[in-house]
Structures are given as C-alpha cells and as structure tokens.
Design a protein around this ligand. Structure first.
Ligand code: MN
Length: 240
C-alpha cells in the first residue's frame, strides 16, 4: 500500500487548472492509497471556516468523498491556510495534525512539517508567524466580517509580496541549523516538508549519521507528490 504526501497546491478559483488536477487526484490515485497527508498550503488563503467561498466548498466536498470512501486524510496547516479549524475538519472528515508531527511509516520514524517554521533566517516572517498562530489573534480575526478579513488578507499579502522581493533566495529557504536541530530533537532519520517550493531530496549530515530531508514541490506548473510504499519514498512530479 502507498501513502501519499502533497503540499503547496495553493488552490484558488483564479487558477482552476490546479483544482482540476487535485480533483482528478482525489478521485483517482488517492482512492487506491493507504492514507493521504496534505502538508499545508492546500488553499491560497483561508479566511475562516465560515467563508462561503463556493470554489472552496467544492474542494471540501471532494475531500469528504475521499474520506467517505475509506481513505484517511490528514491535514497540517501551512502559512496560507493556518486558519483552517474544527468546522473544516468536521465537514471534510480530515484529521488536523500539529506541526511537526511524528509518524511511523513501514518501521521508519518520519517527521512531517509544513516547513515555514524552519525558515528562521527570515526574522520578520517568524514574527508574523508567531502572531498569527496565537489563538487570541485568530479569535480577534474571526470576530471580523468576511469582507473585513478579505481586506486584511489583501493588505497582508501586499506586505508579504514586497517583503519577499527584498529577500534573497538564501533567506527564504530553510535554515540548515534549524533543520539539524529539529531532526536531532525528534531523533528521526527522515524529515518531510513543503513550503519552499524547492522539490528535492537532501542528505543532512549529523555528526556520525546522515538523515534525509525530502521537500515537496508546489502545484503551479504540475503536481508534486511523495509516494511511499514498502520500498521507501519516491518524490515525483505529476504532469498535467
Ligand atoms: Mn507555505
């Protein structure tokens, strides 16, 4: 049996080809999977579970169908959809994971993460992350109307775009020290994450041993998936 991992689809009505591929994936390959893990940034933006966005309602219904077909689906928050909450979980049937989450896969200890917490060189982003993951900040945001939240999200996005432009690639990638510390802390051999949109398999030297860091890609031009069976993990592209 194969366990599937995806992340960084950034679903939104304005990029319908991504949604079409995702729906094909859910009704096709995922039906034969053991389990599906979605490691964050499934949605481009999530204003709250009370958002009546019909495009997102369609995606939720498709996830529900997969869960109802008997395939467990796990979801971890990304930096775009961190406001996904209990109502989404109830509606879709997904189980929401903490970041990081340790799982056992074919006898191997694997640490799952979205990956944004590893980008510690970007101090301004980490400050934003700490603020927006605070339950009090989230409650304050959810008390606003959807229109107010849209306005706020647009403003934050503009700030993020300008901020991103001023940073070089080194700063927006993961920090090697943060990667090593996380792997050591959890005593794992494999770390699997997304977020950076730099799909690759890296060796991580830890003194006398070597761990592996697998990075999922985004879905902007094609799909990206890790297929993991008894033979181990395969990081693969899914052409459209
Ligand atoms: Mn991300």
């Amino acid at each position: 049996m194969t366990t599937l991992f995806i992340s960084d689809l950034h679903l939104e009505a304005g990029r319908p080809e991504i949604g079409v591929q995702f729906l094909d994936f859910l009704s096709g390959e995922a039906r034969d999977a053991d389990t599906l893990y979605i490691l964050g940034d499934l949605f481009e933006v999530w204003l709250g579970d009370d958002d009546p966005n019909p495009y997102y309602a369609g995606m939720k219904a498709a996830i529900r169908e997969l869960v109802d077909s008997g395939i467990p689906v796990f979801f971890m928050h990304g930096n775009r959809d961190f406001m996904i909450g209990d109502e989404f979980a109830t509606d879709t049937g997904v189980t929401i994971l903490q970041d990081p989450e340790l799982i056992d896969l074919h006898g191997e200890k694997v640490l799952l993460s979205h990956g944004d917490a590893l980008c510690t060189d970007d101090v301004e982003y980490q400050r934003f992350r700490a603020m927006t993951r605070n339950p009090e900040w989230q409650a304050m945001m959810l008390a606003k109307t959807i229109q107010e939240r849209i306005a706020h999200a647009l403003e934050a996005r503009q700030g993020s775009v300008e901020h991103g432009k001023s940073l070089d690639d080194e700063i927006t990638d993961v920090n090697q020290g943060a990667v090593e510390a996380l792997i050591r802390k959890h005593g794992v051999d494999i770390l699997l994450h997304g977020h950076t949109h730099r799909p690759a398999i890296h060796e991580v030297r830890l003194g006398d041993r070597t761990a592996t860091r697998i990075v999922l890609g985004d879905w902007f031009e094609q799909g990206s998936v890790v297929r993991w069976n008894a033979d181990g993990p395969r990081l693969e592209e899914m052409p459209r």
